[in-house]
Design a protein around this ligand. Sequence first.
Ligand code: IPM
Ligand code: MG
Length: 361
Amino acid sequence: MNYKIAAIAGDGIGPEIVAEARKVLDKAGEKFGFTLDYTDVLMGGASIDVHGVPLTDEAIEICKKSDAVLMGSIGGNTSTSPWYKLEPSKRPEAGLLALRKALNLFANLRPAVLYEQLKGACPLRDEIIGDGFDMMIMRELTGGLYFGERKTVEENGVKKAYDSLTYDENEIRRIAKRGFDIAMKRNKKVTSVDKANVLDSSRLWRQVVEEVAKDYPEVTYEHMLVDNCAMQLVRDPKQFDVILTENMFGDILSDEASMVTGSIGMLASASLNETKFGLYEPSHGSAPDIAGQDIANPIATILSAAMLLRFSLDQDKAADAIEAAVKKVLEDGYRTIDIMSEGKTQVGTKKMGDLIAERIS
Ligand code: IPM
Ligand code: MG
């Protein structure tokens, strides 16, 4: 079996971490009898430097013709990078948003898991951590505030900016179904997060989620206001299984959830459309301050590659093997600097990739 993968290395630490994920994917292919053909695709700042825009039509076409997209991270330092002198629609992030829209990647899965071996990195107290936690943030990714109409005008000498938050019921229904489907494969609990005490879009969200919930009698569901959810994530993260929420709330809550695990460098993500196709990237950003130093943690990207095998290529055994290799490397005491603790062995990005690849069996 041969698969076509579009590889977007991106900016900052992106190229380093994608190289390690490819190393691990290739090793998994050797073991499980498949090969991967990568086509490098420029996006974000890397594309601006070459083409003057963060995403070209050619780049979108290559992604569309692939079986899946593997991505590192995009963007630079927003106060010092020349990319941020460009108008907003030409900046690195606009490329990622446009790609998500072009590929219709409406369902963003962000697992936040506390690794037993990394409990020490969790900023919460032991009694809150308990036996650990394992939640899936299901974020709507192609609607809401990030895709609504926006403009900045001047009225009577006063500048005024508009961003609009729009959802139609179909957009809500398809992500809600995905959320409940995923819950059926997990602990059968959905927490739908909104701001229905204020926003119309949230009131519609709540109504549609209730309709969808009727088709999933085995799933327990609840509604939670987003401000309360932000608080509950640090008060008692164990209560969550699937958090289902709209684009901006999911953006914010997923960063919070990843920090709660103590290891944002460990968390993968998948962005899926209606088919098996998806884009896989770490939940963290491009960390330009540590780029090129061989110190970035490649594990989030490696685990994203495992999700790619599972969701887009149906190579579940290879995905299991990668996840097991990551656990093993942690058990064996290897750490990148972000998750380093006393008595462990600190390694760089490349070495971490090698150690994980070696453990795939
Ligand atoms: C993320 C990022 C992006 C987002 C940015 C880079 C546009 O924060 O993937 O969470 O807001 O979706
Ligand atoms: Mg974000």
